[in-house]
Design a protein around this ligand. Structure first.
Ligand code: GLU
Length: 289
C-alpha cells in the first residue's frame, strides 16, 4: 500500500509561508515515496472559517504547483462521524458534559492560581478547573432539560487508566529535540473538550477520525502540534484506530523569530505573489529547493 500524506489547513485566514512549507513538504514526500497526497479542509469552527479563505487555499496551492486528490474532505460535512465517535467514548463512560461559561472557568482558574498554582497544558492554557465530572446524573439531566449549553469533555483520568502506556514514532523532532519512540503524555492536557458548546466536535477528535478514515499513514505537520499527538494517540487507543507515523517539522519564523500569523501580510502567499514572487521563490524562501 502506498503511503498517504495530507495537508489539513483551516480556512480561517490566508495561507502564509509556514503553510507553504508544510504543504510542499507533504507533497514532496508523497512524490518521493510513491505515495498519495490529500488536502483536507478543517472547517469545524463556523465562526472563524469563511468560503473565501477556502477558495484562496485551492488557488494558492495550485499556484505552488501542488495537486491533490478529489473530492476534498471538508470536516463541516462530517459532523455525524465525529458524533458517532463521541457516542463510542460515552458508551465507555469516558465523556461528561460541562456547563461553565468561559468567564466562570477564568474565575475558577484565577481562584486556583491564587490558592497555590494551577497546571497549564503544553500550549500554555490552564487545565479545566471545573467540577462537572462529579455532578449527579439527576443534576446534569435537569440542567440539560433547562436548555443549559454544555461542552462534552473526556474524563482524562479514566481514559488514561484504561489505555496504558502509549508511544508514537517520531521521524521529526519535538520542541526539546524529542525523536524516535516518544512517550505520550495525554494527562498533561486535562479533561480536553471533545465537542464545544457551539461546535459538535473538536480539533483533536476530528483530526484523529479523519486521518483514520482517510487511511493517512504519515502525519507531517508543524512542531506546534507535537504534544497534541499525546491526545491523538489516546483517542486511537480508545477508538481502536491505527496510529500513523509522525513527523513534526520546524515552523517558519518571521525576521523577529516569531511564529507567522495568518494576518501578517508580509509573509502571506498572495502578497508575495502580487509582489512578483514565483513558486520557485517560495520554495527557496522556506528552504525547500
Ligand atoms: N488544521 C490544523 C491547522 O491548521 C492542522 C491539523 C493537523 O495537521 O493535524 O493548524
Amino acid at each position: 500500500m502506498p503511503p498517504v500524506f495530507r495537508f489539513a489547513p483551516s480556512p480561517n485566514g490566508y495561507l502564509h509561508l509556514g503553510h507553504a512549507y508544510s504543504a510542499l513538504l507533504n507533497h514532496d514526500l508523497a512524490r518521493q515515496r510513491g505515495g498519495r497526497f490529500l488536502l483536507r479542509i478543517e472547517d469545524i469552527d463556523s465562526t472563524r472559517c469563511r468560503p473565501e479563505f477556502e477558495e484562496a487555499i485551492y488557488e494558492d496551492l495550485a499556484w505552488l504547483g501542488i495537486a491533490w486528490e478529489t473530492p476534498v474532505r471538508r470536516q463541516s460535512q462530517h459532523f455525524a462521524a465525529y458524533r458517532a465517535a463521541i457516542d463510542r467514548l460515552s458508551a465507555q463512560g469516558l465523556v461528561y458534559p460541562s456547563f461553565e461559561s468561559r468567564a466562570e472557568i477564568a474565575r475558577l482558574v484565577a481562584e486556583r492560581e491564587a490558592g497555590g498554582g494551577w497546571p497549564r497544558d503544553p500550549d500554555g492554557a490552564p487545565l479545566y478547573p471545573g467540577a462537572a465530572k462529579s455532578l449527579s446524573a439527576g443534576h446534569r439531566d435537569r440542567l440539560i432539560g433547562h436548555g443549559a449549553p454544555f461542552a462534552l469533555r473526556l474524563d482524562m483520568a479514566a481514559a488514561c487508566a484504561g489505555a496504558g502506556g502509549l508511544h508514537w514514532r517520531e521521524a521529526g523532532e519535538g520542541p526539546a529535540g524529542e525523536s524516535g519512540e516518544v512517550a505520550a503524555r495525554p494527562e498533561a492536557w486535562g479533561d480536553v473538550i471533545l465537542a464545544r458548546k457551539e461546535t459538535p466536535t473538536s480539533y483533536h477528535l476530528s483530526v484523529v477520525i479523519d486521518d483514520a478514515l482517510q487511511g493517512v499513514t504519515d502525519v507531517v505537520r508543524g512542531v506546534d502540534l507535537f504534544w497534541s499527538t499525546s491526545v491523538h494517540r489516546l483517542l486511537h487507543a480508545l477508538l481502536g484506530l491505527r496510529a500513523p507515523a509522525y513527523r513534526h517539522h520546524a515552523l517558519v519564523l518571521d525576521a523577529t523569530g516569531q511564529k507567522l500569523s495568518k494576518s501578517t501580510r508580509a509573509t502571506g502567499l498572495r502578497e508575495l505573489r502580487d509582489a512578483g514572487a514565483s513558486p520557485a521563490d517560495i520554495r527557496r524562501l522556506v528552504g525547500l529547493e
